[in-house]
Design a protein around this ligand. Structure first.
Ligand SMILES: Cc1cc2nc3c(=O)[nH]c(=O)nc-3n(C[C@H](O)[C@H](O)[C@H](O)COP(=O)(O)OP(=O)(O)OC[C@H]3O[C@@H](n4cnc5c(N)ncnc54)[C@H](O)[C@@H]3O)c2cc1C
Length: 358
């Protein structure tokens, strides 16, 4: 995708004081209909790898049928749900719940809200001591409990689920009221799959949602960060949507592979916030105007800590207004001198910047 390609923006200049400069009016999301202490049984209906190519990491698209449970038809795109893996922990207690982002639009994978999907990544690491009694020389393989359990499940298997969870990482009631900057790393792409299917692709014809759905005409930018090209998730879907919708641009940002710079010379890979910073400095895609517009909402989802670079870049370029609240402790310090620790502790997102990191 060429980051210099122009994209359409129906109205990039909402006057200051306009209602859009305030809180976005997000859809009302139901929460905690099913508690992890009393989960309901869903059934796996699909499980497939969803990376672009063969990779050292394993990420699956897993769809679960929750029909006949209170979860059916109860999700909004952007929410998450709980999975309680079978078995017990080292203390003989049932495993605790883990949350997974909904990767589906509000009408689910099936158009009727009966099938929800998510994007679990197998957590694989070398063992490290967790408590003083653990053997420090043990570096055997540690496999995360729930992610591997979920990825191992076959079609037809039962899975205990709870939710819905979260109400802030949702779309506005009137999507055309805003423009969108979606920033993802890794499995943080999951909610954006749901959002983009909801905003651009639309429900299947048999869905009750089909009659009232209209494609979103706002400017939508998705920046997907990944260590290697092979690790991109749902890449074909996003390329297809970008080809079909001139108001949507999909940019992949690869951190551990070299790229070609503007002069066509090899350059180091970059992270999402670095790409965004180049976008603002060189103003490709009119990024400065886009971020300065009161219509724009920023959604950030992925690796814990990814927000630090993004917040720093916004503040350094004087674009934090509306997206960030800065603690008075930092008021007298130039954003250029802020440390990552200060940003983590003292800079918070506002109502126009939705953050889900884990
Ligand atoms: C709102 C939200 C949405 C999320 N959405 C997604 C999603 O869409 N997809 C996704 O894949 N994940 C998602 N997660 C993360 C998910 O909830 C789990 O945290 C993740 O799958 C890991 O769970 P696990 O049971 O496999 O790992 P656990 O078994 O819980 O291990 C957790 C951590 O403990 C460390 N650890 C524990 N013991 C050891 C040891 N002896 N040696 C070394 N390390 C050890 C592991 O490295 C790991 O970091 C989300 C989290 C939140 C909060």
């Amino acid at each position: 995708m060429n980051a210099a390609d122009p994209v359409t923006s129906p109205s990039a200049s909402t006057p200051a004081g306009h209602p859009l400069a305030g809180s976005p009016d997000l859809v009302e999301a139901k929460m905690h209909l099913v508690l992890p202490t009393a989960p309901v049984t869903g059934r796996i209906v699909e499980s497939r790898l969803c990376m672009k190519a063969k990779s050292a990491s394993f990420v699956r698209h897993v769809a679960i049928d929750v029909s006949g449970t209170p979860l059916a038809g109860s999700f909004q795109a952007g929410q998450s749900f709980g999975v309680i893996p079978d078995g017990v922990d080292a203390f003989g207690k049932p495993h605790k719940v883990r949350l997974y982002s909904l990767a589906s639009p509000t009408w689910g994978e099936d158009g009727h809200g009966n099938v929800i999907a998510t994007t679990p990544k197998r957590l694989i690491a070398e063992r490290e001591p967790q408590k003083p009694s653990d053997d420090p020389s043990d570096h055997g393989l540690f496999t995360g409990v729930c992610s591997n359990w979920l990825c191992d499940r076959k079609v037809g298997d039962a899975v205990q689920v709870s939710g819905p969870n979260g109400k802030r990482f949702c779309l506005p009631k009137n999507p055309n009221d805003h423009d969108y900057l979606f920033l993802a790393t890794g499995t943080g792409i999951a909610p954006f799959r749901g959002f983009l299917m909801e905003l651009l692709q639309g429900p299947p014809a048999h869905s009750p949602a089909a009659a009232r759905w209209k494609p979103c005409t706002s400017r939508i930018e998705l920046l997907m960060g990944s260590p290697y090209t092979t690790d991109l998730l749902y890449d074909d879907l996003f390329r297809g949507l970008a080809a079909a919708h001139p108001n949507f641009r999909y940019t992949t940002v690869i951190s551990r592979e070299s790229r070609l710079d503007e002069q066509g010379n090899p350059a180091r890979g970059e992270y999402v916030h670095q790409h965004l910073e180049r976008g603002v400095e060189r103003d490709f895609g009119r990024f400065r105007e886009f971020l300065g517009s009161p219509r724009t909402l920023i959604y950030v989802c992925g690796l814990a800590g990814m927000q630090v670079g993004i917040f720093h870049m916004l503040a350094k370029h004087g674009l934090g207004d509306g997206y960030l609240t800065v603690h008075e402790e930092l008021a007298g310090i130039s954003p250029h001198d802020w440390t990552p620790d200060q940003i983590k502790r003292r800079v918070r997102p506002t109502h126009r910047c939705m953050l889900e990191v884990y």
